[in-house]
Ligand binder design. Structure first.
Ligand SMILES: C[S@@+](CC[C@H](N)C(=O)[O-])C[C@H]1O[C@@H](n2cnc3c(N)ncnc32)[C@H](O)[C@@H]1O
Length: 224
């Protein structure tokens, strides 16, 4: 790639998601990325041949602009849209500049949905975590894949906010028509300063992959 995400160096389990996606979906499957930011995951998915629906509420992440970086550095950051043009991937990606909690239901189901450390943002705290998770689940077709990595509580204040969750608590949102494939939690680790967190800081992350039960009603001549 000629361009780089501002989030390039933060810890992610996206390679595991990509490997699971290859097992569950066709090479030209459609993947929704919720909280797409400047494309750390959108670009590799599109470059791998997937169609991507990128949902992001922050205009700076999409269109670029001045950002404040560690070391008291101000710089012009490229947004997702310019990165897609430079990498010639824009034809594979539909960008929705919207708050995911407000977005109208898509008129299609996706083969997979992925989010990375998005729902703990304070702008989402007015809404129960269950709504964020249910909205993601509703994007996924029968047989499709759900993947989320998320912040777990570290500081005392995090324990008061349900959006800092755990794999165990999150698993409770995956009932009869879902099969949880993988959960994982890290210990506390130090992440180097980055956009939005200008000092080195401590995180703990969780991961959950789940597959939606294939819809077999058509085999019995029933309508959905
Ligand atoms: C931590 S950042 C993305 C960083 C990500 N870990 C990565 O490496 O690219 C999470 C993104 O989710 C977005 N986000 C959070 N809540 C959202 C919502 N309700 N609708 C759309 N985007 C949202 C934020 O604006 C932010 O760009």
């Amino acid at each position: 790639m000629q361009t780089q995400s501002l989030w390039e160096h933060t810890l992610t389990f996206f390679p595991q998601f990509l490997a699971t996606l290859k097992e569950h979906a066709s090479p030209d499957a459609t993947v929704a990325v919720v909280g797409a930011s400047d494309g750390k995951f959108v670009l590799p998915l599109a470059a791998a041949g997937y169609r991507v629906i990128a949902i992001e509420r922050d205009p700076l992440a999409l269109h670029g602009g001045e950002v404040h970086l560690p070391g008291d550095i101000s710089a012009h950051a490229m947004g997702l849209i310019d990165r897609l043009k430079i990498e010639e991937l824009q034809d594979r990606v539909q960008v929705l500049e919207e708050d995911f909690l407000q977005v109208e239901p898509l008129d299609m189901l996706c083969d997979a949905v992925w989010t990375s450390c998005s729902w703990h943002y304070s702008a989402n705290h007015h809404c129960p975590l269950a709504e964020f998770v249910t909205r993601m689940q509703l994007l996924v077709r029968g047989g499709g894949l759900f993947g989320a990595e998320f912040m777990m509580p570290v500081e005392p204040r995090h324990h008061m906010i349900e959006h800092y969750t755990s794999p165990e608590k999150l698993s409770r949102h995956f009932t009869s028509d879902w099969r949880v494939l993988l959960t994982l939690r890290t210990g506390e680790f130090t992440e180097r300063a980055h956009l939005g967190q200008l000092r080195d800081h401590t995180h703990r992350m969780g991961l959950l992959f789940a597959a939606r039960t294939p819809n077999i009603s058509h085999l019995y001549g029933k309508k959905d």
